[in-house]
Design a protein around this ligand. Structure first.
Ligand SMILES: Nc1nc2c(c(=O)[nH]1)N[C@H]1C(S)=C(S)[C@@H](COP(=O)(O)O)O[C@H]1N2
Ligand SMILES: [Mo]
Length: 570
């Protein structure tokens, strides 16, 4: 028999509190103290032992479902005491009984492969664990199918501790017959060269050495960043809705979008806020996909200007007096029906120089499924996350998007901020990205032959907000001496594109330098750093810009390369 006294302090969080990472420690300390009857020392050691893996594993159960559910079920009557039987692991429960336990108040029960688990304590104890409330009273399987990457052995092991019995056989049968099919089964095929970061949802980047083989990244190897299954959209029944503040509204078919508005083409680089996150991970663990240096790619996008569509919807020049933001909703949904969403400042959306597109073509062809077929937003100069794919709705608003990804993610913080102290409301959503560059060739840890006498170094450089990269400096000796690399804005065999108008340099520059091998050196520490036309430069090291989400990672990029001495000369 285990007495579970409901935690008084939980009430403090309130149903509308969405800052779950900040609030979590209060929950944790309460719950653990009650569980162990011990001191806060117990709590620390428990969290040390189980915290990160749990957090990782279960944040994923419903990662990315938005803040909607965060504490929506956390209504508590103070001082309420109740009792939960945990006597026999062989107890048989009906589905109805399980369904009756879907809140912290009543207890949180779930089923998995016919077993019944009481995870009330877990939910109270673990930051991010609240997301599991979506599965409360039901089966975990469909949720784990959506976030398959987290269906790991150790999660199952820990889950076993919470087992309280079995589900009645006939209810299990029923459950199996309605079991949803894999929501990722209709995801498109992908190029085998991609380095997969997560399979479901699909996240992958190209190998760096082929990234800079072409100025325009072939769509097949363009990095792919999906939070959810790829939605299948029928182009004939597709409708794009424009709505929001009074004064405007419009619904467009795909054909209307293509024929009613001039087609505009922009070459723009897209970069994920998490590009180069793995370098931050080396300083100290961060939360997020472990991107290398290639969560960035460059494509030619064609479509209608967002500005033109907003005008046609009735949002004329005066709209800026009432609205500040344009929100976008994708057609990709999580299990609760919550769509991916984001917003950008209205000024960017309506500006003639903003070049924001409702793109239906990428590199001269229909958008591929992974990149938002049939329509995506392309917001040049702005972080990938705002370039909403599978666009369903545009909302002109006085407010930013309320989406999880706008409010509680994709924000930068001090290295001093941790998951216990972070307040997502205190930082602005990332929009324009900072100056960035990286070395794609040679790869870290490879070798060059002494006999070749020189080394060729290649990479990319880009800056957000339309700021043009004007210089890339390269060092072979860890930053002691520097040389200036050659920049290009086209493929080698093609005539360089005309310089972009000031403030509209949306595309990256590829750079290259061939330099003699230093006579004395046995190893090279190759470093690159870029400068944009506002003279923004990259920070020299990662540690001072480390942040808990591992975003905005743009320190000087460094690779180490051995010099292989010619054996015949020795
Ligand atoms: N609807 C929708 N749009 C989305 C996303 C998503 O998961 N769903 N991911 C965003 C993120 S975080 C990035 S970095 C870019 C990636 O675009 P890509 O897959 O075309 O490279 O899409 C953005 N738009
Ligand atoms: Mo992203």
């Amino acid at each position: 028999m285990l007495l579970l006294r409901r935690c008084h302090r939980l009430t403090r969080l309130g149903p509308l509190n969405t800052q779950r990472h900040q609030a979590a420690p209060a929950v944790a300390s309460c719950a653990v103290r009650l569980r162990s009857g011990g001191s806060s020392e117990d709590q620390r050691s428990y969290q040390h032992a189980h915290g990160p893996s749990w957090r990782q594993a279960l944040a994923g159960v419903l990662a990315g479902t938005g803040a909607v559910l965060a504490y929506g079920l956390h209504h508590h009557k103070a001082e309420q005491v109740d009792t939960i039987e945990k006597a026999s692991a062989l107890r048989i429960f009906t589905q109805e009984e399980v369904t009756g336990h879907r809140s912290l108040e009543d207890g949180v029960w779930v089923t998995y492969k016919g077993a019944v688990y009481d995870i009330t304590e877990f939910v109270a104890m673990h930051p991010g664990g609240d997301k599991i409330l979506l599965a409360a009273g039901g089966d975990l399987e469909p949720f784990w199918a959506l976030y398959a990457v987290h269906k790991q052995e150790h999660v199952l092991e820990i889950l076993a501790e919470y087992k309280i019995g079995e589900l009645r056989a006939e209810d299990l049968k029923k459950q199996q017959s309605v079991k949803s099919s894999d929501p990722y089964s209709s995801d498109p095929e992908r190029h085998p060269a991609l380095r997969i970061n997560s399979l479901k949802p699909f996240n992958a980047e190209p190998p760096p050495e082929i990234l800079t083989d072409s100025y325009i990244t072939p769509s097949a190897i363009f990095f792919k960043r999906n939070h959810l299954p790829v939605p299948q959209v029928d182009p004939d029944s597709y409708r794009l809705h424009v709505e929001g503040l009074p004064g405007g509204a419009l619904t467009l078919s795909l054909k209307e979008l293509k024929t009613r508005f001039p087609k505009h083409t922009v070459t723009a680089t897209l970069q994920c806020a998490g590009n180069r996150r793995s370098e931050m991970n080396k300083v100290k663990q961060v939360k997020g996909l472990n991107w290398g240096i290639a969560a960035i790619s460059n494509a030619t996008w064609s479509g209608a200007r967002l500005r033109d569509v907003l005008l046609a919807a009735g949002y004329g020049p005066d709209v800026a007096k009432r609205a500040c933001h344009v929100q976008f909703e994708g057609l990709d949904k999580d299990v609760t029906g919550t769509t991916y969403g984001a917003s950008i400042p209205l000024n960017k959306a309506v500006s003639e120089e903003g070049d924001v597109l409702l793109a239906y073509e990428m590199n001269g062809e229909d958008l591929p499924a992974d990149h938002g077929y049939p329509v995506r937003v392309v917001v040049p100069g702005t972080v990938g996350a705002r370039n909403v794919k599978w666009l369903g709705k545009i909302i002109v608003s006085a407010e930013e998007s309320s989406s999880h990804w706008q409010q509680n993610d994709y924000k930068g913080f001090s290295p001093a901020t941790d998951w216990d102290t972070v307040d997502f409301k205190s930082a602005p959503a990332i929009q324009e990205l900072p100056i960035q560059s990286a070395i794609t060739v040679p790869a870290d840890g490879t070798a060059v032959d002494r006999s070749s006498e020189e080394v060729t170094v290649k990479g990319y450089a880009w800056s957000g907000g339309g700021r043009e990269v004007v210089r890339v400096d390269v060092s072979l000796d860890g930053g002691k001496t520097w040389q200036v690399a050659q920049l290009r804005s086209s493929d080698k065999d093609q005539a360089p594109e005309a310089s972009p108008p000031p403030g509209r340099a949306w595309a990256w520059k590829l750079w290259e330098i061939t330099a003699p091998l230093p006579a004395e050196a046995q190893e090279l520490e190759i470093v690159c750093k870029a400068v944009d036309n506002s003279y923004n430069m990259q920070p020299d090291t990662v540690a001072p810009i480390w942040n808990l989400r591992g975003v905005l990672s743009n320190a000087w990029h460094r690779v180490k390369v051995k010099i292989r001495e010619d054996e015949s000369e020795e």
